[in-house]
Design a protein around this ligand. Structure first.
Ligand SMILES: Cc1cc2nc3c(=O)[nH]c(=O)nc-3n(C[C@H](O)[C@H](O)[C@H](O)COP(=O)(O)OP(=O)(O)OC[C@H]3O[C@@H](n4cnc5c(N)ncnc54)[C@H](O)[C@@H]3O)c2cc1C
Length: 359
């Protein structure tokens, strides 16, 4: 066997499609691509034409991969695999069907050699390559091994430990792109309400949907803030409910109009204004929220953490043990919402395929 791919998710399936050599996909779950089916609320936001390296935790490391394997190339590639795509707001790309299973179907239709329900538990170096030990007790040998095992986010697993014996370091996985747990008072009476607002955190602001939960804040703006928290950033958090208006404009509007806010949001803002002895416009422009921590892995879309990318070369081959590769979330790369994480899965898998196909 030339190549063993550990993990049949986004990066592993893309890699299998791109390899021009003998390979096998080893998958721990009872089917491939489970996480893909849940992406983009079941619609799969597969990339973003307006992608910027600054949306990732390691912009300088990710930029060369995005340049070589760009979102435009991703679209061309999926089109060549037979998937019709469509571009939505802010450059986000989806399958035309807006159905994630159609993405999974094109990715798996040409893959023949898959072992299901049997995870890799150990890898040993041999004189000609690597020996991989599976949960079932079976073993297989391969010249190259590619770790495409993703992260523990949303029911996934961590397999980065498999590379430790080869000297690879990994950063502890932490939940990211997930709800943020906050104090109870800030979200009192608001469970289930969605607003378009700006969520400020430290000196950053994320404008978009905030979904109030009884335990805190969800929605895209909160998810993007959670990735900053996961990366160790700290700062004060507040919501600007009228980000399009200045303080003076907000004062005029709130003093002269009703129907600006959902009734329950209005009640909450009035309660806060009364308790803090402030005007309504001041509270709605700067509604302080005390965050406690990010939600757990089960509610996270990705993880911050994974194998140190600096120990891999420009084709994601290990600098420590030739023939070992990694792609996707198994590496310590994570991006914001909007197609960034799948684009990393595709770009990293393509980089690996380029090297293996050249050997
Ligand atoms: C609810 C949800 C919505 C999302 N929406 C989007 C979106 O719209 N756009 C976007 O860009 N990103 C989205 N993401 C993130 C995106 O799905 C992931 O970043 C991407 O799937 C990572 O690809 P991967 O190949 O690294 O890992 P995965 O796709 O998670 O695949 C890893 C595979 O490896 C297998 N595995 C793990 N350990 C072993 C082992 N020891 N042996 C064998 N197999 C193993 C796992 O079972 C899994 O099948 C979303 C994630 C979630 C959870």
């Amino acid at each position: 066997m030339k190549t063993a791919i550990i993990g049949g998710g986004a990066s592993g399936l893309m890699l299998a499609n791109m390899l021009g050599c003998e390979y096998t996909v080893i998958e721990k779950a009872d089917r491939v691509g489970k996480k893909l089916l849940a992406t983009g609320n079941g619609k799969c936001n597969l990339t973003n034409l307006a992608i910027s390296p600054s949306g990732y935790n390691l912009p300088d490391e990710v930029a060369p991969f995005l340049k070589r394997f760009s979102p435009e190339k991703t679209v061309e590639l999926f089109n060549s695999l037979g998937l019709l795509t469509t571009v939505k707001e802010d450059g986000k790309v989806y399958p035309f069907s807006e159905c994630a299973s159609t993405v999974l179907n094109v990715l798996r239709k040409n893959i023949k050699n898959i072992t299901l329900s049997d995870g890799a538990v150990k890898i040993e170096k041999t004189s000609v390559g690597y020996k991989i030990f599976l949960e079932s007790g079976k073993t297989l040998t391969a010249q190259n091994v590619v770790l495409c095992s993703g992260s523990p986010a949303s029911g996934g697993f961590s397999a980065v430990e498999l590379y430790k014996r080869f000297g690879h370091n990994s950063f502890t996985f932490k939940p990211s792109l997930c709800p943020v747990l906050t104090d109870k008072e800030s979200v009192k009476g608001l469970n289930g309400i969605r607003v378009k607002a700006s969520l400020h955190f430290g000196d950053t602001a994320q404008t978009g949907e905030i979904l109030f939960k009884e335990y805190g804040l969800s929605g895209i703006a909160s998810f993007n803030v959670s990735s900053l928290i996961a990366r160790g950033n700290t700062g004060d958090m507040y919501i600007d409910f009228l980000p399009q208006l200045s303080y003076d404009e907000a004062k005029t509007v709130t003093e002269n109009y009703s129907g600006i806010f959902h009734t329950k949001v209005h009640e909450r803002l009035c309660e806060r204004a009364k308790a803090s002895n402030k005007e309504l416009y001041e509270v709605c422009k700067k509604y302080g929220v005390t965050y406690i921590k990010n939600a757990d892995f089960s509610l996270s879309q990705v993880c911050c953490g994974g194998l140190d990318i600096l120990q891999f070369d420009e084709n994601l081959e290990s600098r420590l043990s030739k023939g070992l590769f990694a792609a996707g979330e198994a590496l310590n790369v994570d991006g914001v919402c909007g197609g960034y994480n799948l684009q990393w899965a595709w770009s990293s898998a393509l980089a690996v395929s380029q090297k293996i196909n050249s050997i």
